[in-house]
Write a protein that binds this ligand. Structure first.
Ligand code: ADP
Length: 195
């Protein structure tokens, strides 16, 4: 199988991955897929839907095999329905891969061209952003402060090692406390420079 040309939007919960991914994905020749959205679109009566509620409610990651399987099915559906045309468009992923094992499994499916690391050292700012989002988007996993802190801890322990996995050459770190338009500007500049 040919690997999909891919840009990763990477960062802690609340850093603006979804906003950037959605915006970039609205441009021609980019296709955005947010793993959290794929999970949230599941029927909560199914086994997988229940697993998502269980793990996300604790601030933990859904097990890797379930996650990758679900992601693969979703991407294949998008290719089959021509929503994602891999020969024309680049894939913009946010929320996946989320740990080193997922990255290893996905290596033969995605050709990662850049990892946009939305950096925010101020944890309290992230907590505030997530609490605001809980009200706006009706996201239950964002409502409880204890769960938020657990999700930030999960990011530090399991997701952050991905920066080392992909290595300096692929990582482009961006200050996530800037306005969304500035963050987007940096992402687009970096993609343009790549040629
Ligand atoms: P955020 O943007 O706040 O990081 P997401 O919407 O990406 O949140 O994810 C919400 C929850 O969905 C996570 O806390 C986790 O439980 C689950 N999840 C999303 N993506 C993955 C993944 N790649 N692997 C395992 N669990 C995931």
């Amino acid at each position: 199988m040919k690997r999909y040309k891919t840009y990763l939007i990477f960062g802690p919960p609340g850093s603006g991955k979804g906003t950037q991914g959605t915006t970039l994905g609205s441009l021609p020749q980019f296709f955005h897929c947010a793993c959290g959205d794929v999970f949230r679109s599941l029927d909560t009566r199914t086994e997988l839907g229940q697993a998502f509620i269980y793990f996300s409610g604790k601030g933990e990651l859904v097990p890797d095999d379930l996650t990758i399987q679900l992601w693969k099915v979703r991407i294949n559906d998008c290719v089959r329905s021509h929503h994602f045309k891999p020969e024309l468009a680049a894939l913009v992923l946010d929320g996946i891969p989320r740990n080193v094992r997922q990255a290893e499994i996905m290596q033969d499916m995605i050709d990662v061209r850049k990892v946009f690391h939305l950096h925010c050292a101020d944890r309290e700012a992230l907590v505030k952003r997530l609490q605001r989002r809980a009200l706006k988007d009706n996201r239950l996993d964002d409502a409880n402060e204890e769960v938020i802190r657990e999700r930030l801890a999960t990011y530090e322990a399991l997701s952050k090692p991905l920066l080392e996995f992909y290595g300096e050459k692929l990582i482009h770190t961006i200050d996530a406390t800037q306005t969304p338009v500035k963050v987007l500007g940096e992402i687009i500049n970096a993609i343009n420079q790549e040629g």
